[in-house]
Write a protein that binds this ligand. Structure first.
Ligand SMILES: Nc1ncnc2c1ncn2[C@@H]1O[C@H](COP(=O)(O)OP(=O)(O)O)[C@@H](O)[C@H]1O
Ligand SMILES: [Mg+2]
Length: 544
């Protein structure tokens, strides 16, 4: 069961650390207050050597605890923030890699990227604020108020009233800030998506000379988000200004009323100095209070988006482990109907049975649903009617990891990660040896081309395979599938970028390594299909 994050439980990722930090903060705060109290005492003790001596020892003790406590607390805080951010990143990674594909396709990529950066950092910043500053500030404020209450009841009441006025004003402006921050975040995500699209399709953008439009579009969105940022800054400075005014009011109250108390001998000069120094501990938390509220409201927005991804609909089909049994029929689709949206039926009561060792082709015009069939089998599309059986087990009951472990899916759009050729192939089986990688690249007919490159297998191919040809990309993605060596191969247009020689090579490889495998090849290129092959033509089966 996935747990919803909120402003409280995000602080509790590491309970021992947070408790130690709060305890140390409180000890440091008490020392801080005592230090001021002893300093005030000295004034009244001038001339009394024994007492001053004793007070000085106490002051030294307080300073020692203060310095070591603050140092330890900083360390604990850094650990706590690092720990929480790492946990959040792990959870996000897990959730996104296991979330429903159709759901993910509908999200804005810029949003997801910002979640990993802005939102996680936002939570880190919030922890720093709350645990590092707000907790000790609140404690400081509370203890100081008690001390002043003990000295003079009316002065304490006056101080509390004058110092808490901004809380209400700031709360109103912080609600506005929260709304503005949310809009800012949306615009900023869109701007990032535009930039990402432009950079990852730079050749297309340049080919049509639309880089100016594209980048203009980006900077337009960025300007818009900057305007929101300015409004946010204005609101934050307004909160700051209110806090400064309040602190001034608090000082006036202390000096005015405190002075009157001294002149009427209700309190000593030493006590007056103590109160004056303690006022700092009322003003300081109030000054920082507006910032704490603003950070908290922003974090609320960060957490809202984090929850969107952390609670994303799961891809998990069921809990049963899918096991490869020795069944005659490996794959069966029974009365499968599917549509992305209600008006457009992609598959209508589709039936298919594939025996062990069978290699079949699915053909049909563009948009007839060929790729969708493979995505259903691979568990990417789950909202279909009817049933899909693998080794006589219904996919709806099986868990996604066990399904993926028996399927090698070569997708229609080949993607290569930034890194070396070696990394890109070995990614599906990181423990493979160099010989394994070379073997599968030979099977994919690309080994010779790789060794002829200056750095061979360690050639860096950059993001999205930039720097190598479409045909090479396609064969590398086939090499990955050969390395995974699963019993079921789903190949979506695997020949689309290959020349005749390479097509023949791949076909030979498939018949060599696929004796006991089920291989489904989706293609619109019928020239590669042998006469005796089994072909499913979608034209006659779908589009009811
Ligand atoms: N994520 C999606 N959302 C909505 N419609 C989609 C989506 N993916 C594909 N389609 C539509 O579904 C139809 C079948 O797509 P697809 O299975 O990719 O066809 P094929 O592989 O045969 O070209 C097409 O009309 C396509 O536009
Ligand atoms: Mg397709």
């Amino acid at each position: 069961m996935k747990k919803k994050l909120n402003l409280i439980n995000v602080l509790l990722f590491n309970f021992p650390l947070i408790i130690s930090s709060i305890i140390i903060s409180c000890i440091v705060t008490i020392c801080n207050i005592q230090l001021r109290k002893y300093s005030g005492n000295i004034i009244d003790q001038i001339g009394i050597v024994n007492e001053i001596h004793y007070t000085l020892i106490r002051i030294t003790g307080c300073i020692f605890i203060l310095v070591t406590g603050s140092f330890i607390n900083k360390y604990i805080l850094k650990r706590l923030i690092g720990f929480t951010c790492k946990q959040l990143l792990d959870k996000l990674t897990y959730s996104i890699s296991n979330c429903n594909q159709a759901w993910l396709n509908n999200q804005n990529n810029g949003d997801a990227i910002n979640t990993f950066t802005t939102d996680v950092n936002g939570v880190g910043n919030y922890i720093n604020r709350i645990v590092g500053i707000a907790v000790s500030d609140a404690f400081l404020f509370f203890i100081t108020c008690i001390l002043i209450f003990k000295i003079n009841f009316y002065l304490a009441i006056l101080l509390i009233i004058s110092s808490t006025i901004p809380v209400f004003v700031i709360n109103i402006s912080s609600n506005l800030l929260q709304k503005k921050y949310k809009t800012f975040q949306e615009i900023f995500s869109n701007a990032n998506k535009t930039l990402h699209d432009t950079l990852s399709n730079i050749e297309l953008v340049k080919a049509y000379s639309i880089q100016v439009n594209s980048l203009d579009n980006y900077s337009g969105k960025l300007k818009q988000s900057n305007e929101y940022n300015r409004t946010l800054a204005k609101l934050e400075s307004l909160g700051g200004a209110i806090s400064i005014l309040t602190s001034f009011l608090t000082v006036l109250v202390t000096v005015g009323y405190g002075g009157w108390l001294v002149s009427n001998s209700y309190i000593t000069i030493g006590t007056f100095f103590t109160i004056l120094m303690l006022t700092d501990y009322i003003i300081d938390p109030i000054m920082k209070f507006s910032n704490t509220i603003f950070i908290t409201k922003k974090t609320k927005v960060n957490i809202e988006r984090l929850n969107k991804y952390l609670l994303a609909p799961c891809e998990n089909l069921g809990n049963k482990e899918l096991v490869q049994i020795d069944s005659k029929i490996v794959l069966e689709m029974r009365n499968v109907s599917f549509s992305y949206n209600e008006n457009d039926i992609i598959l209508n009561e589709f039936n298919l049975k594939i025996k062990k060792g069978e290699h079949i082709y699915i053909i049909g015009p563009i948009g007839s649903g060929k790729s969708s069939i493979l995505k259903i089998i691979a568990g990417f599309l789950q909202h279909y009617k009817g049933d899909v059986y693998l080794y006589e087990q219904n996919l709806k009951e099986c868990n996604i990891e066990s399904l993926r472990s028996i399927i090698s899916f070569v997708t229609q759009d080949v993607f290569l990660f930034s890194g070396t050729i070696y990394d890109n192939v070995s990614i599906v089986k990181p423990n493979s040896t160099k010989e394994d990688i070379e073997e599968v690249c030979k099977l994919a007919g690309i080994h010779t081309e790789i060794v002829n490159m200056e750095k061979g297998y360690f050639t860096n191919i950059g993001e999205d395979g930039y720097g190598i040809s479409g045909g090479q990309k396609q064969r590398l993605s086939l090499a990955r599938a050969f390395l995974a060596n699963s019993p079921i191969f789903l190949l979506d247009e695997p020949y689309s970028a290959l020349d005749i020689k390479n097509k023949e090579h791949i076909k030979k490889t498939l018949s060599k390594i696929g004796k006991n495998k089920v291989i489904i090849t989706v293609t619109h290129d019928t020239s590669i299909i042998d006469d005796n092959s089994r072909v499913i033509s979608l034209e006659s089966l779908v589009k009811g």
